[in-house]
Design a protein around this ligand. Structure first.
Ligand SMILES: [Zn+2]
Length: 139
């Protein structure tokens, strides 16, 4: 599960690094070299931490993009239909879902896949199926 904590930590490290550079700039020249060196070491550490955290954030971002792409593909697949003998059918069957026939009128008018129901034999004079939504008979 990706989270945004690495971005927060990375940004915090950058803030720390900036604070250290301000301190360095204000250090009195009479201070010992050792103190400057210590501050520089802290600065490098903070920047390294920021780099690691932001790299992790970039990886997480990449993973999220791939997940979104896969989900979008899955969603589009759901609407891939083929027209066959007055009705639409799903191009690829989806587990647990009826693959058709779907009402052609509802699909062209509202882009909705409405499963048509088969009429009893004695009512099939004008068609075999009836759409429960628009009442269209066909097939
Ligand atoms: Zn319909």
């Amino acid at each position: 599960m990706p989270d945004i904590s690495s971005i927060s930590v990375g940004l915090q490290s950058i803030k720390t690094a900036l604070d250290i550079t301000k301190e360095l700039r204000s250090i009195n020249s009479s201070l010992k070299d050792a103190e400057v060196k210590l501050k520089l070491a802290e600065l490098i550490e903070a920047l390294s931490e920021a780099k690691i955290q932001l790299s992790e954030a970039r990886e997480e971002n990449q993973e999220l993009k791939e997940t979104i792409k896969a989900l979008e593909k899955e969603l589009n697949k759901e609407n891939e239909v083929v027209f066959k003998e007055s009705f639409y059918y799903l191009k690829d069957s989806i587990e647990g879902k009826a693959g058709g026939p779907f009402c052609a009128k509802c699909y062209s008018d509202e882009h909705k896949l409405i499963l048509v129901t088969e009429l009893p034999k004695q009512f099939q004079d004008f068609g075999r199926y009836k759409c429960p939504k628009c009442g269209d008979i066909g097939g």
